[in-house]
Design a binder for this molecule. Sequence first.
Ligand code: SF4
Ligand code: SF4
Length: 90
Amino acid sequence: MRATVKRLTRAIPAINLDRCTGCGWCVAVCPPHVLLLHPGVGGKVSVLDDADACTGCALCYVRCPFDAIRMVPREQVAAQSAVLQRKSGI
Ligand code: SF4
Ligand code: SF4
C-alpha cells in the first residue's frame, strides 16, 4: 500500500500583537499585499489577511523593527491567530 506523503508546509508569519506597534513596515514590504493594518484594542496591529496567498518570503519578518514577527508552520499560525484575535478584539 502506498503511503500518503504530506507536502511540507511553508512557514508563514505569526504576528505577536503584544509587540506590534502598527508601524506598517511589514505591510509596505509584502509583495502580494497580504498583510493589513487592523484596528486593535490599543491601536492598529498588523494581521495576515490572506494566509493562502502568502509566499513565505519572510520579508515582513526581516523588516519588522520591533521583533513582532516569527516565521512558523502554517498550521501553527491558524491556531495562534484565532487566540490572538480573540484576545485583541479584532
Ligand atoms: S513591522 Fe512589526 S511592529 Fe510594524 S506593523 Fe508590522 S508586525 Fe507590527
Ligand atoms: S512572508 Fe512574504 S508574502 Fe508572506 S506576509 Fe510576509 S512579506 Fe508577505
